[in-house]
Design a protein around this ligand. Sequence first.
Ligand code: GDP
Length: 190
Amino acid sequence: SLDSTDSVISTESTRNTGGSSRRFRVVLLGARGVGKSAIASIFAGAADSMDSDECELYGDEVCEQTITVDGEKATVTLDEGGLSQDQCIQTGDAYLLVYSITDRSSFLQASELRISLRQHRPAHHTPIILVGNKCDLVRRREVSVTEGRACAAVFDCKFIETSAAMQHNVWPAFHGIVQQLRLRRDTKEN
Ligand code: GDP
């Protein structure tokens, strides 16, 4: 019908003008073994997405999902950092900087990555969330919540602890990054 044709056209034009359905490219950065793949799998499975079978794969490491955040749809392309991390640092709109709460060296690597981001993206206020993953492993904790939060304050970014294994707080992390991207977009437009 004419109605559905209209709606397709308006969706396309919204996309082209960078409106609400533009794509956000989110990159997972972090040391090996911190749980980036596990987090990406949850994203790819889209447990809370209405389009649960709609994950489009581009190569091995990149997945695209349309998720609803605050009642508004956002198309997020997640890059698992399969390319060199240096390359990822230049291509993202936003970053999830992941460490494992059971591995202090991964926490230190997250700091180094934060510094690289600042060097490569000095002109941008790039949304970043520091993600302390594996919070289910309480007995093996090496990095306290207080340390994680303090580090995020120094980094000037948000902080969240997640457990990909328990599917805990992973979606709030993605929703949080979309909210930050929108804030930045709205600030730019106004
Ligand atoms: P990557 O190298 O950063 O992609 O890390 P992976 O996603 O491959 O995870 C490394 C290992 O940690 C795997 O054995 C995962 O099953 C495990 N893992 C990942 N996230 C969690 C988590 O939240 N809790 C627990 N207990 N294990 C996890």
